[in-house]
Design a protein around this ligand. Structure first.
Ligand SMILES: Cc1ncc(COP(=O)(O)O)c(C=O)c1O
Length: 461
């Protein structure tokens, strides 16, 4: 087998970013086998040790502890991982950051007290346990609001962006059902938006699914001409989860303002990644998720504009918490974690963006060095760098005589990235697959909590 031997030193030499957010781990890597392009690359990676700074204070100690626990789980895995009949040593690389991110250890540290000692119900009004939980929830509400330029009063905690999207789309249309019967959205929305719209169609509402151009952006003139007197909502996602393009939010907001139509955006993929200003974008509703921004899973927030006030019909009935829009006990630890993640994102967004962009550029350069037919899908100018979706515009025969995709189909047990490898629906809508030579597209999700080794290992062929 002719393969390139890659040394640990080679991998680690020139691309170790220092990250200010954590005393972060530098995992030495031993790369056992690396077969060059065009065959699938098998990266058997074993990460052996970790380095953290010594703890000096009690909170440093907790942080070191939670970091160490996470790292031990991730890296120190002498027996390897066995799953679905496949055994590998170490754990796979993770490059699927748009599906979910790891939780920042500082977020875990913020959450822990609310599991262990401060576990009161935030809706208990008669004792200290309730008051301290309530106060923590309100602090988190302010932290989330601060990241998007909103007032804390405009934030409703939910279980995640899926719930926010359901409340926004069905809730608005049900509230205005006597006057407004038409929704405008795009063909490339997340499934929870598309399914909410389909549900409305089954109830007799009309939905226009705007196509996107080959750059993944909607045509503003087409949006304008789709507006009808009974249009009750425009819903356009801010950053696409597969292609990573950033829609023209301010321009879309302007059109909605001109026609006095509420504008909802699914901002799950954009929170903490680029600056958001709800007023600049003129959004009435915005869906946010905790686990895309290094916060916990199971928590999200819905921004609901107060002036002019947007009204929705609740999708769930119960105790009337969260202004009656999301009944049920607010999960204090999750909310605290989401708030902490937002606060960290606000402080570190600029640095993180630079770091993720550098990782993306490095990865793209490395890929293109070996595969000149690889193109990035979607607008390169209006594109979040942590989401790298590419296609290969050529297929080549492999040595067994069958055709093979020459893109980044690394051994998926060893490298984890989006599973929409052969045919992502956004790419279809963008017309990318109209070209007979295009055989595949996949998405790599790079995050700031990942490390440069992941990028490096992906581009070794
Ligand atoms: C664009 C977008 N919207 C909504 C969701 C759903 O988010 P959650 O898991 O918080 O419900 C996701 C996550 O996959 C997403 O990427």
């Amino acid at each position: 087998m002719s393969g390139t031997r890659c040394s640990t030193e080679q991998i680690l030499d020139d691309f170790l970013f220092h990250t200010p957010t954590l005393e972060r781990v530098v995992p030495p890597v031993s790369l056992h086998l690396c077969i060059p392009f065009p065959f699938a690359t098998f990266l058997l990676i074993r990460r052996q040790t970790l380095t953290t700074k010594p703890a000096s204070t009690a909170s440093d100690f907790v942080r070191t502890l939670s970091t160490a626990v996470a790292v031990a789980e991730t890296y120190d895995d002498p027996d390897g991982v066995s799953m679905k009949g496949v055994k590998i040593s170490g754990r796979p690389l993770y490059l699927d950051m748009q599906a979910t991110s790891s939780v920042d250890p500082r977020v875990v540290d913020a959450m822990l007290p609310y599991y262990l000692t401060r576990y009161g119900n935030p809706h208990s009004r008669t004792h200290m346990y309730g008051w301290e939980s309530d106060s923590a929830v309100e602090t988190a509400r302010a932290q989330v609001a601060d990241l998007i330029g909103a007032s804390p009063k405009e934030i409703v905690f939910t279980s995640g962006a899926t719930e926010c999207n359901n409340i926004s789309i069905k809730g608005v249309m049900h509230f205005y059902k006597d006057k407004k019967r038409h929704v405008i959205t795009t063909q490339t929305e997340h499934k929870c938006v598309l399914d909410s719209c389909r549900h409305l169609q089954q109830e007799g509402y009309n939905v226009t699914y705007l196509p996107v151009k080959t750059d993944g952006l909607i045509d503003l003139d087409e949006l304008r001409s789709s507006i009808r007197p009974d249009t009750g909502l425009v819903s356009v996602m801010a950053v696409n989860n597969e292609i990573g393009v950033i829609q023209l939010m301010e321009e879309i907001g302007e059109i909605c303002k001109e026609f006095k139509i509420p504008f909802h955006t699914d901002a799950a993929q954009v929170l903490g990644k680029i600056p958001i200003d709800v007023d600049k974008w003129n959004v009435s509703l915005m869906s946010l998720s905790g686990h895309k921004v290094y916060g916990p899973k199971g928590i999200g927030a819905l921004y609901m504009r107060r002036r002019p006030r947007i009204r929705v019909e609740p999708q769930m009935n119960g105790g009337g918490q969260e202004r009656g829009i999301q009944s049920g006990t607010v999960p204090t630890p999750l909310v605290v974690g989401f708030g902490a993640a937002c606060e960290i994102a606000k402080k570190e967004m600029e640095y993180d963006e630079k770091r993720v962009r550098a990782l993306q550029n490095r990865m793209l350069k490395g890929i293109r060095k070996n595969l000149d037919m690889v193109v990035v899908n979607g607008s390169e100018e209006r594109h979040y760098p942590g989401n790298l979706n590419r296609s290969a515009h050529k297929i080549v025969p492999n040595n067994s005589g069958t055709w093979c995709f020459v893109g980044m189909i690394a051994a998926t047990v060893d490298v984890t990235f989006s599973d929409k490898i052969t045919c992502c629906y956004c790419a279809i809508y963008m017309g990318i697959f109209g070209n007979a030579f295009v055989v595949g597209g996949d998405t790599i999700g790079i995050g700031t909590m990942g490390n440069s080794d992941e990028t490096k290992l992906m581009i070794f062929w």
